[in-house]
Design a protein around this ligand. Structure first.
Ligand code: SF4
Length: 804
């Protein structure tokens, strides 16, 4: 391993207080391609380092390049890497503090098996014997479909790739998906529906160069603090870009916006249809680009025609004048960077709405150019890798499971008969994996590095499935999470910094994270566990040789390079040595682009040809899949698809019994279900408790005061949270989804006790942003009302550009 260069940051101490100032001091950027985003190295070191190890932050999809400091076999700090293209040295609060989670006293160090209802320690041999016996039994007695894998957005590329071969070519099951289904499955489907395959068209550097930004359901200030620093450096610099934000809450980005649109939850498709109608009607379109590089424009014109500003105001409750102000910015700016995240993906008509943002760029010809792109953003650090490696309900390396040539090519790479691959059915999405567990079709479920007992919707149902006698549940994790507590076998995992592997961020940047320290006790990397299971199962290729031939992370990476070669996510030109030397590299990286490629589609040619595309597409309103012959008949010849979508009213409306709408989301200091961040003292102290955001008018009507405990009830269950009176839209309440009960067993505060089992018809991503609820004060005061950290406080006053 090549040692990282010596530190440039100060010695022991911190360069800044990232808890009270998550984004750090400004380094304004003038928006010129001739000037790089200035460097600012953030560091936090608690003891004198003996050595520095090349790594990447794994607490969101930004993927900030960092080095980790090691002394006496322990982590003692981190510093941002100045030369990294993603962060130019910066780190946010989770990056600067999150590493402390590795060394908490309650890490799992020994395998556990359930005996007489209790989880008790055992040996690896006994645990893996039980795992393979149960998996083999399920497969032999009930067929290949009786085995399921539910993975994560937090493993490493090499682990996902190994899982893909093990599950699909070994077990032969189509039941493989990740928790990325809950997070950014829609990012993938929106890109595929418009451009033919997955993969971000642009580069984070486009934020430096653009004239306008459009954030749709994306609270970037909380979810991606370093990327928001990059935006702030434009907003506070010369040549300030204009900013339009769509969010029902007055978030930090909403408060900085020129125009803030606060639609009623569930109405994104109506709002975006209205914006597109105005832009088309005013002639703010690039007709030559539409003609040469797209197909479907006329259908879009017809679809958006009914969506006058007045109709949008009626349905989405966004004032017509405000919509026109936004359309003027989005329609006339010479360049534009748009982003979508959970406010789109976890809401109703997720794919339909996300595709309308793609359409905005296509009708304006603003894609594949500096400062002009759309980010269908990711959430988790390696969400992109689950998609690339095909363990998220898709097929490997953006291949098309429906295309016999792609199937044969995969079989060639893995040296198996095509018939062994589970191509008789579309890959199973997570929501159906859980349904198959409920109905008894899946008898063996292996959950890796994720915590569905807090993160899935309608938790009462998920807990019943996990606690039932079948399926047999295996959990690999580093802590005894709410899910692990309900498992039959728990395998202790090594995590980031304790193993080597790659992660790919939301702008296709690949980082290598080297092993820095030993895992605690007997904990082992997921890669090692998967390799041993493959060996114990004795899976073979068509020549009778072991199916999986690699023994370590670099071997897995080399195998993945061969598999990805020729596909959009081509890694064939990368090596571990090159990744260490360059800090990070974007894919595709191959003979044509040996240093990686910053932007896709610069020539206006998209990945939509029938022999290259990732799926044959869907009707994005109904979810109906097109057949190969239907796709061939409309062969777009490398042009992008413009797909219109009708607005559909929500499946659950507020009524007398449940008169308010709940939306859920994230806070700045926590990641997912707090498994790591909840164990880091500074992060836990910054956001120790859940809360219910409610408008003061609603609170007064319900006799709720700041800090009162509120019971929030839906048709699925109830949860308790202290009230926080904010400038959220009247009639709408918000709860963060992070809080389960691992630290206070039995506490009913998880927001997902309230959410519904329902999903987008194309991406199959569940609905977390829309549920009818009622709120009533319990008469108790909360012991702690979460402190109002500036990053997460929502002021009572309406933002300047907001609705009221
Ligand atoms: S922005 Fe994301 S990747 Fe960067 S330091 Fe913060 S949590 Fe880590």
């Amino acid at each position: 391993m090549q040692p990282a260069p010596e530190p440039r940051a100060p010695g022991v101490g911190a360069t800044r207080d990232a808890i009270n100032d998550p984004w750090g001091p400004r380094t304004p950027h003038p928006g010129s391609a001739a000037i790089d985003w200035p460097t600012r190295v953030d560091a936090r070191i608690t003891a004198q380092p003996e050595r520095w190890v090349h790594s990447v932050c794994v607490l969101c999809s930004t993927g900030c390049g960092m080095d980790v400091a090691v002394a006496d076999g322990r982590l003692v700090g981190v510093r941002g890497r100045a030369e990294d293209r993603v962060n130019h040295g910066r780190l946010g609060p989770k990056g600067l503090h999150g590493w402390e989670a590795n060394q908490t006293a309650d890490r799992l160090t020994r395998p556990l098996v359930r005996r007489h209802g209790e989880l008790v320690e055992t040996s690896w041999d006994e645990a893996l014997t039980l795992v393979t016996t149960k998996a083999r039994e399920a497969r032999e007695r009930h067929g290949k479909g009786a085995v399921g894998f539910y993975n994560s957005g937090q493993l490493m590329l090499e682990e996902y790739y190994t899982l893909a071969v093990l599950a699909e070519a070994g077990f032969g099951t189509a039941n493989v998906d990740g928790n990325t289904r809950l997070c950014t499955a829609t990012a993938s489907t929106a890109l595929i529906e418009s451009f033919g395959t997955d993969g971000a068209p642009g580069s984070f550097r486009d934020f430096d160069l653009t004239d306008a930004m459009f954030l749709v359901g994306h609270n970037m200030a909380s979810t991606q603090t370093v990327l928001w620093s990059r935006v702030l450096d434009r907003l506070d610099g010369p040549n300030r870009p204009r900013l339009v934000v769509v969010d029902p809450r007055p978030t930090v980005p909403a408060r900085r916006a020129d125009v803030h649109l606060a639609p009623r939850p569930g109405t994104n498709a109506a709002l975006l249809n209205g914006l597109l109608r105005l832009i088309i009607e005013r002639g703010w379109i690039d007709s030559p680009f539409i003609e040469a590089h797209t197909t479907g424009f006329e259908e879009l014109v017809t679809t958006v025609e009914p969506w006058t500003p007045e109709r949008v105001e009626t349905v989405a409750r966004v004032p017509a004048a405000r919509l026109e102000e936004a359309a003027e910015i989005l329609g006339t700016s010479p360049t534009l960077v748009s982003t979508c995240l959970q406010g789109v993906y976890q809401s109703l008509q997720a794919t339909a709405a996300a595709v309308q943002v793609n359409n905005l760029h296509l009708v304006r010809g603003l894609i594949g150019k500096p400062g002009a792109t759309v980010f269908q953003m990711n959430g988790q650090p390696s969400a992109q890798n689950t998609r690339e490696c095909g363990v998220n309900g898709e097929f490997i390396a953006f291949r098309n499971w429906h295309n016999p040539d792609h199937l044969a090519d995969t079989a060639r790479v893995w040296n198996v008969e095509p018939s062994t691959l589970p191509a008789w059915t579309p890959p199973t999405d997570a929501m159906h994996i859980w349904r198959y567990c409920e109905t008894g079709q899946i008898r063996f479920l292996w959950i890796m590095a994720t915590n569905p007992a807090v993160s899935l919707p309608e938790l009462g149902r998920i807990h019943r499935i996990l606690e039932a006698e079948e399926p047999f549940v295996v959990v690999t994790d580093a802590w005894l999470t709410e899910t692990a507590r309900r498992a039959d076998v728990v395998l202790p995992a090594a995590i980031w910094a304790e193993k080597t592997g790659c992660m790919t961020n939301a702008d296709r940047t690949v980082h290598l994270s080297d092993k820095a320290i030993e895992p605690p006790g007997d904990a082992r990397p997921d890669l090692e566990i998967l390799l041993e299971v493959a060996q114990r199962m004795d899976f073979r290729d068509r020549d009778g040789q072991p199916l999986i031939t690699w023994r370590d992370a670099e071997g897995a990476f080399e195998a993945w390079k061969a598999c990805s070669k020729g596909r959009p996510c081509d890694y064939s030109g990368m090596t571990y040595a090159k990744l260490r030397e360059r800090s990070s590299i974007q894919w595709p990286c191959n003979e044509e682009h040996p240093e990686g490629r910053e932007r896709l589609y610069e020539d206006g040619v998209f990945n939509t040809s029938p022999d290259y595309c990732e799926t044959y597409g869907h009707d994005i309103t109904t979810g109906g899949a097109y057949e190969p012959n239907e796709y061939a008949a409309m062969d777009p010849g490398g042009r992008a698809f413009i797909k219109g979508a009708e607005y559909l009213p929500p499946p659950e409306e507020p009524d007398d019994e449940y008169p308010m709408l709940l939306t859920t989301g994230r806070v700045t200091y926590h990641f997912h279900t707090r498994t790591k961040t909840g164990r880091v003292p500074a992060l836990a102290a910054a956001a120790p408790e859940t809360f219910l955001e409610i408008h003061p008018d609603d609170a007064a009507r319900l006799h709720i005061e700041e800090g009162d405990e509120v019971e929030v009830g839906s048709r699925r269950g109830s949860a308790f949270a202290p009230a926080r009176l904010t400038g959220i839209e009247p009639g709408v309440v918000f709860m963060p989804f992070h809080y389960g009960d691992w630290d206070e067993p039995g506490r009913e505060r998880a927001a997902n006790r309230l959410t519904m089992t329902g999903w987008d018809p194309v991406s199959k991503q569940p609905h977390f942003k829309y549920a009818a609820v009622r709120c009533r004060p319990t008469g108790r005061r909360a012991e702690t009302n979460a402190p109002r950290q500036a990053a997460d406080a929502q002021p009572l006053a309406a933002p300047a550009g907001g609705r009221r």
